[in-house]
Design a protein around this ligand. Structure first.
Ligand SMILES: Cc1ncc(COP(=O)(O)O)c(C=O)c1O
Length: 361
């Protein structure tokens, strides 16, 4: 019996997408962003499949320890760095690289009493305009000098920053950020890292020596108005379910909570076993595409916790048990995100625990 809702994860697609990164940013080292449970695809499985990446990027120590406990030995970078001084003990023990983005993190390193003779590998982060994490450019040289004077810190590995609007090729902010980064680092001979997926594909001038792809590894276009296939990326997750009922509903009757869909004629309505309890977006609107037996039909009515309803007028023979794809192979997740007023990142990260994950090579 197949599971009620299944997320089929293609590890070969993941590896193919890593090759696309290497082609788009030739000669660059790659930090594969696998935070948030591998963007919802499974942290350890994704890390194992991406053994060819130079580093794995996670948000925090917990995620890194989860990987180390599962036997993943790849270099790991903590993208948010140290959140409390005590974390430094385990960071050193498990040989994790850290982003340093604010003064208290430098202070903790200064006062850290090393139990082992293993220096910390530090990536210094500068805020070039996103105004989330990073040192103000005016303070970057001071931060750099302090870090270089700490015995427990190995020579700085990389200087990095993050782009706010790289998904829009027409947005001037990315040029400003690139210029700010270049000016700040003009006198430093250190490897640089600025590019997320969008910049890897659309801003070659931002590549530097280290790129940090996330969403494109999972087969999703980081650029507005495009889908992964436009960049030869392959979808990694296919979310599927099946019809559990198909019934005739009379013209003028409404379907689902709130009656937001009114049947324009006598019609066949399909009920699919998936809902917001599985991570299907509740805000998906009437008309959101769903694949039934490999063909598109529109979602009708409200998404409920365990079910959605679809218009089966184009498939009069559809019946309970027929296969349904919610996104993935044949139906880009970007389209579903757009119809639900969100982004593909959120849909992928939001697939719930009740969904059964299957991994295929
Ligand atoms: C610091 C950093 N680098 C790289 C990435 C990867 O970004 P994307 O998934 O857009 O490629 C992220 C994700 O948010 C990030 O926070």
């Amino acid at each position: 019996m197949s599971p009620r809702v299944e997320a089929l994860i293609s590890l070969s697609a993941l590896r193919h997408n890593l090759q696309c990164v290497r082609q788009a940013a030739p000669g660059c080292h790659v930090v594969a962003a696998i935070k948030a449970n591998g963007y919802g695809h499974g942290l350890v499985e994704v890390a194992s499949a991406l053994g060819d990446a130079d580093y794995l990027g996670v948000a925090c120590l917990d995620e890194a320890l989860h990987l180390r406990n599962a036997g993943i030995r790849s270099p790991i970078l903590l993208l948010e760095g140290v959140l409390a001084a005590q974390e430094l003990v385990q960071i050193q023990e498990h040989d994790l690289a850290i982003v340093v983005h604010q003064q208290n993190q430098i202070d903790w390193l200064k006062t850290f009493v090393a139990k082992q003779n293993r220096p910390f590998e530090v990536w210094l982060k500068i805020d070039t305009g996103m105004h989330r994490l990073g040192f103000d450019p005016a303070l970057a040289a001071h931060a750099h000098a302090q870090l270089c004077a700490i015995p427990a810190v190995a020579a700085l590995k990389v200087v990095m920053s993050h782009l706010a609007n790289a998904d829009d090729r027409t947005d001037g902010k990315t040029d400003q950020q690139i210029r700010c980064f270049q000016q700040t680092l003009s006198e430093w001979d250190l490897p640089r890292s600025l590019a997320n997926s969008a910049a890897i594909l659309a801003w070659p001038e931002a590549h530097g020596q280290w790129v940090r792809p996330g969403i494109m590894l999972y087969g999703v276009s980081p650029l507005q108005g495009q889908v992964g296939l436009d960049h030869d990326l392959r979808p990694v997750m296919t979310l599927s379910s099946r019809l559990i009922a198909a019934k005739q509903v009379a013209a003028g009757e409404t379907v689902g909570y709130g009656g937001t869909w009114c049947c324009p004629e006598d019609m066949l309505v399909g009920v699919v076993a998936v809902g917001y309890g599985d991570g299907y977006p509740r805000h998906a609107s009437n008309g959101t595409p769903v694949l039934v037996n490999g063909r598109r039909v529109p979602l009708i009515g409200r998404v409920s916790m365990d079910m959605i309803t679809v218009d089966l007028r184009s498939q009069p023979l559809a019946a309970a048990g027929d296969s349904v794809v919610l996104w993935g192979e044949g139906l880009p997740v970007e389209e579903i995100a757009q119809a639900a007023g969100t982004i593909a990142y959120e849909l992928l990260c939001g697939v719930s625990k009740r969904v059964e994950f299957q991994y295929r090579d």
